[in-house]
Ligand binder design. Structure first.
Ligand SMILES: *Cc1c(COP(=O)(O)O)cnc(C)c1O
Length: 387
């Protein structure tokens, strides 16, 4: 049976060229980059090169790149670290309600520690209005966090406009760019943000490595205390394999992202058009234009969500319900509730997220299987017959 992986927003395959870059670190280059001897120095040089490559990918200086253990850690560090560092000035944070669970969990922690968090409204596409950010900021506000693109429905937020408002108000601005990186341009200077998160395993590097960009001069407390690694800001012997892999992945994307994105957009549009034409009672979520080129998120009425995902899996197709990390009201995704998807549709979301390896054959096979599965499930559904 054909196997089609359309869950690239959950994780991506390691690119063979990334694996090649890691290989020496797996076998020969095992020194501790903190050591002064030749073993350590060789590793430290590899790390320095990696920092340059990641910095180039997002338009930062190498000194502003901090390696972490995941995208989740970077989000935690950015949100808790910036709020705590400026707690003397105020204890108010502004956030979008459709952030990743790593951000939402960090915000909840701040609330339990005496901070106030204001959640912004979003429209039916999940878009934040920068004017609402300006309205939410008070003299107590020290941090705003709004993701660059939503991992579930793909909507791209107006982060540049939001960052400009923050800058004027003297408020630190963080964006989670994990889903966006490699799909749309991510340039920290152009965006004007102070803090930005990316994660290795979402861009064809290994799991367990993330980056936090910290703009020079940004006030932030460390999250992991201990050794002097990462300028004393993130203790722990560096994950050299992950870091070298992440750097190679960024280096490849810097050259290839546009071509990748165009191909994924063409295939995504082909998929979306075909299933909308052939499957009734199907709604697309996310903004029609301001959307990641690799994401097609649909909700199907009169079908049970879990049955849909499992039946597609039996056809060899891996997709997400997109709600694994964000269960909210009645198990439905917090994002889908926030954008007002009606209950009949909310409980059967399917997120197709394409990747570098996705082919036209994969898409055509997926269309046929999706039509087959939704038809089969509806044929046995009493509510479908009674609709
Ligand atoms: C996957 C993801 C994260 C978490 O990254 P990990 O490296 O898996 O911890 C954070 N934010 C977004 C938008 C993501 O898609």
């Amino acid at each position: 049976m054909r196997q089609v992986y359309l869950d690239n927003n959950s994780t991506t395959a390691i690119d063979p060229r990334v694996a090649d870059a890691i290989e020496p670190y797996l076998r020969r280059v095992y020194g501790n980059p903190s050591n002064l001897h030749s073993f350590g120095r060789e590793c430290a040089e590899g790390m320095a090169e990696a920092r340059d490559k990641v910095a180039a990918f997002i338009g930062a200086d190498a000194e502003e790149i901090y390696f972490t253990g995941s995208g989740s850690e970077s989000d935690n560090w950015a949100i808790k670290g910036a709020a705590l560092a400026r707690a003397g000035q105020g204890r108010h944070v502004v956030a979008s309600p459709i952030e990743h669970s790593a951000a939402l969990g960090s915000l909840k922690f701040l609330e339990s520690s005496g901070f106030r968090v204001s959640y912004l409204p979003v429209d039916g596409y999940g878009l934040v209005d920068p004017a609402d950010v300006a309205r939410a900021i008070t003299s107590e506000t020290t941090l705003v966090t709004v993701m660059l693109a939503n991992n579930e429905i793909g909507t791209i937020e107006p982060v540049k406009e939001i960052a400009a408002i923050c800058r004027k108000a003297g408020v630190t601005c963080h964006t989670d760019a994990v889903a966006a990186a490699g799909k749309i341009p991510v340039d920290v200077r152009d965006l004007g943000v102070d803090l930005l998160t990316i994660s290795g395993h979402k861009l064809h590097a290994p799991k367990g490595v993330g980056v936090l960009y910290i703009r020079e001069g940004t006030r932030i407390d460390p999250l992991i205390h201990g050794g002097h690694q990462e300028k004393g800001m993130r203790a722990g012997t560096e994950n050299t394999l992950g870091i070298v892999g992440m750097a190679r992945a960024c280096e490849l994307l810097a050259v290839e992202w546009r071509e990748d994105a165009e191909r994924m957009r063409r295939l995504r549009d082909r998929l979306e058009k075909a299933i909308l034409e052939r499957v009734p009672e199907l709604r697309v979520s996310g903004h029609p234009e301001k959307r990641l080129p690799n994401v097609c998120h649909v909700t199907a009425g009169y079908v049970e969500g879990e049955a849909l995902i499992l039946n597609l899996d039996m056809e060899g197709i891996a997709v997400a319900s997109g709600s694994a990390c964000s269960a909210g009201e009645s198990g439905a995704s917090a994002t889908l509730v926030a954008i007002g998807i009606p209950p009949l549709f909310r409980n059967s979301p399917v997120r197709f997220s394409l990747g570098r390896e996705t082919t036209e054959e994969d898409i055509d096979y997926t269309v046929e299987a999706f039509v087959r599965v939704t038809t089969r499930l509806r044929d046995i559904s009493p509510i479908w017959k009674r609709r």
